[in-house]
Design a protein around this ligand. Structure first.
Ligand code: KG4
Length: 337
């Protein structure tokens, strides 16, 4: 069995091939540098870049897998959520290839793909989680705590009521004058700063939901007030600001994750999404699991950001259930829309 995965939900064009048991044969990613000068992803430019990249990327993925395209068993593609123009490129390409090869098409939810990324096997003995597990999904668009009972049965038990964790990183980084996306820059700077140098607001909301808007405002006010006294404040305190911001975000994320562990009694905890590449987040989850005797699944960094290997593995699970997608399927920008 060979499943081709195609990912084009935002600004990475990616294709991957997975075989029996979830063994990864190839994973090719073309990132788009065109957005850097705009300080964020420009949807129209993203769609155009996907159009240019998709053929060579899919070709390379099949070639690197060492197979002929006629051996593919199914085409899995990200149907949403994401940027609609970007999704249309991957969806239309998947339809064309699936019709041309006369193999079924499997639609994949991008967020579920992040959650299932832990089943990608780079070698036959890669350890994978057992169901049920808790997944902290933290990216540029989402912050969720999910109970994963099976590949097809996931329940979101906590979500952000305003910004996502990645947005908190990126928006605060932007006001510090750091390039987009700011998350990785904060991560790098934080390693040289003092996490206790500044204290930013933590939200007080019940249950398992997240909120990052108060933290963002408190970060902004700290900069504004200090810049009045010293115009070089940001320059001088860069590392301390980054370390304190990162510590606040981690603190917020971990409080609810621990609460979710207490409430569900689930003993396996995984993380996923772009923000799970953050060194502090990775350490905090590993420490919490070690302290509480839980099993931790921390993905390799290359599987934290958008990639087609996770789409292929999510498609693989649906393929096993013969859960195929009709040709009149259209992409969706948002869940339920
Ligand atoms: O999952 P992802 O690639 O796509 C979106 O949902 O957009 O996540 C991107 C997010 C961005 O907000 C980026 O700043 C953040 O992940 N990110 C990080 C790190 N690497 C990526 N945030 C903090 N530390 C990092 N090392």
């Amino acid at each position: 069995m060979y499943i081709l995965g195609i990912e084009s939900s935002c600004d990475d064009t990616s294709a991957a091939v997975i075989t029996d048991g979830g063994l990864l044969l190839s994973n090719v990613i073309a990132s788009q540098s065109v957005h850097e000068e705009y300080g964020g992803v420009v949807p129209e430019l993203a769609s155009r870049a996907h159009q240019q990249n998709i053929v060579p990327v899919v070709d390379a993925a099949i070639r690197r897998a060492g197979i002929e395209r006629g051996r593919l068993s199914a085409i899995a593609f990200t149907r949403g959520p994401g940027l609609i123009g970007s999704l249309l490129v991957g969806t239309s390409f998947a339809k064309g290839l699936s019709l041309g090869l006369r193999v079924p098409m499997v639609d994949v939810n991008h967020l579920q793909a992040h959650v299932l990324a832990h089943f990608i096997k780079e070698t036959p003995d890669t350890e994978v989680p057992e169901f049920p597990y808790l997944c902290l999904l933290v990216s540029g668009g989402n912050s969720q705590i999910i109970v994963v009972r099976s590949a097809a049965d996931m329940e979101i038990i906590g979500r952000t009521i305003d910004d996502a964790a990645g947005e908190a990183f990126d928006k605060c980084a932007k006001v510090m004058g750091l390039p987009y996306p700011g998350g990785p820059h904060i991560d790098r700077l934080a390693a040289e700063g003092k996490p206790e140098a500044f204290r930013f607001a933590r939200p007080r909301i019940d249950g398992l939901d997240y909120s990052f808007s108060g933290l963002k405002t408190s970060f902004l006010y700290t900069l504004r007030d200090n810049l009045r006294q010293d115009p070089e404040f940001i320059e001088k305190r860069r590392a301390d600001l980054a370390a304190s911001l990162q510590a606040a975000i981690i603190d917020i994320l971990m409080k609810k994750l621990e609460k979710a562990v207490d409430m569900t009694g689930i003993t396996t905890v995984a993380i996923g999404g772009g923000v799970s590449a953050n060194s502090g987040v990775r350490n905090a989850v590993a420490d919490m699991c070690a302290r509480r005797g839980l099993k931790a699944f921390i993905p390799e960094r290359k599987f934290t950001t958008d990639n087609a290997a996770m789409v292929a593995i999510a498609g693989y699970f649906k393929y096993l259930e013969s859960d195929f997608c009709p040709y009149n399927a259209v992409p969706y920008a948002r869940i339920g829309g």
